[in-house]
Design a protein around this ligand. Structure first.
Ligand SMILES: O=C(O)CCC(=O)C(=O)O
Length: 292
């Protein structure tokens, strides 16, 4: 028997040998097709930066999934801040509150919302006003665990002790509602008897707003044209440095300068909401302890 015949005889001579051979080839073919498909959809890739000689196959998630993980991970929940103005002193803290904290504040406040009032400088009480058309309510300082933890975070951010803070005020604006420009410090002596002047304010945004509803500083030294979100601002929001409400973000600004003078450039207002709903929460902080 010739050499070739012997080989043919061993591998292809019998039916079972032929079946085995076909199965092996079919498996290899299927594996190749599967590998091509995985490379094609991006689940398996060759790491960038490797040249062909040392290329190895690595498992890589599709780009969109990676983006989502980054948003949920560092991107979305990691707080970071940026200075938006020196006159007045204002910075924006991104991701200051978690979604759960935003929901909690809205849930606790919602059943108790009433038409907003302003502080009466003669009596220290509150009175109705056309400058403020939102609805609102005050939470007690340390009212529950979540609120107390938010107040701890505020103290750590501002270095102003927790007991210098008034209770958080939750606000709700519907389309057309606004808060005209005003100062948070007082011109009278009645309102400063407890805790002295308001030194700083933290405005926490509990929802995104589709259009309008910006917090604007009409006396800021620079205007809003340098801000990355300038194109998305309403006409009112373009009247000075302004911030678009974004759920979880917090705007910190100072009503007093480092030499303890009232800072008149801290004039600010809530622009009318044009589309959507705006929920926010305000924490005013005093120069001394604010007794409850
Ligand atoms: O809602 C806003 O953007 C402004 C609120 C405000 O000015 C305040 O609570 O003092």
């Amino acid at each position: 028997m010739a050499k070739g015949d012997r080989i043919r005889g061993r591998w292809s001579g019998s039916a079972s040998g032929r079946a085995l051979c076909t199965a092996v080839l079919a498996t290899l073919a299927l594996m190749s097709v599967a590998l091509f498909l995985l490379v094609g959809v991006g689940i398996v890739g060759v790491p960038a930066g490797l040249n062909h000689s040392d290329a190895s196959i690595s498992l890589r998630l599709p780009d969109r999934l990676l983006e989502q993980i980054e948003e949920v991970g560092e991107g979305k929940h990691e707080p970071w801040s940026e200075i938006i103005s020196w006159t007045p002193r204002a910075s924006l803290v991104h991701n200051f509150l978690t979604d759960d904290e935003c929901d909690h504040l809205i849930r606790v406040a919602m059943p108790l919302m009433q038409k907003s009032t302003v502080v009466d400088s003669q009596t220290g009480g509150s009175r109705d006003s056309r400058v403020r058309t939102s609805s609102g309510m005050f939470l007690n300082r340390g009212q529950d665990r979540v609120i107390s933890e938010i107040e701890d975070k505020i103290a750590k951010l501002t270095f102003i002790p927790k007991d210098h803070g008034e209770g958080i005020q939750v606000l709700h604006y519907e389309p057309g509602q606004k808060y005209d420009a005003h100062h948070d410090f007082f011109y009278d002596t009645v309102n400063t008897r407890n805790g002295g002047q308001r030194i700083a304010t933290l405005l926490m945004y509990l929802t995104d707003v589709e259009e309008g509803g910006e917090t604007v500083f009409p006396k800021s030294a620079k205007n809003s044209s340098s801000l990355p979100w300038h194109n998305q601002l309403s006409e009112c929001g373009r009247r000075g440095v302004s911030v678009r409400p974004k759920r979880g973000d917090a705007l910190l600004f100072w009503s007093m300068s480092p030499d303890a003078q009232l800072d008149h450039s801290s004039l600010h207002g809530g622009c009318p909401v044009i589309k959507g709903d705006k929920w926010s929460a305000t924490k005013w902080m005093r120069v001394s302890e604010y007794k409850l």
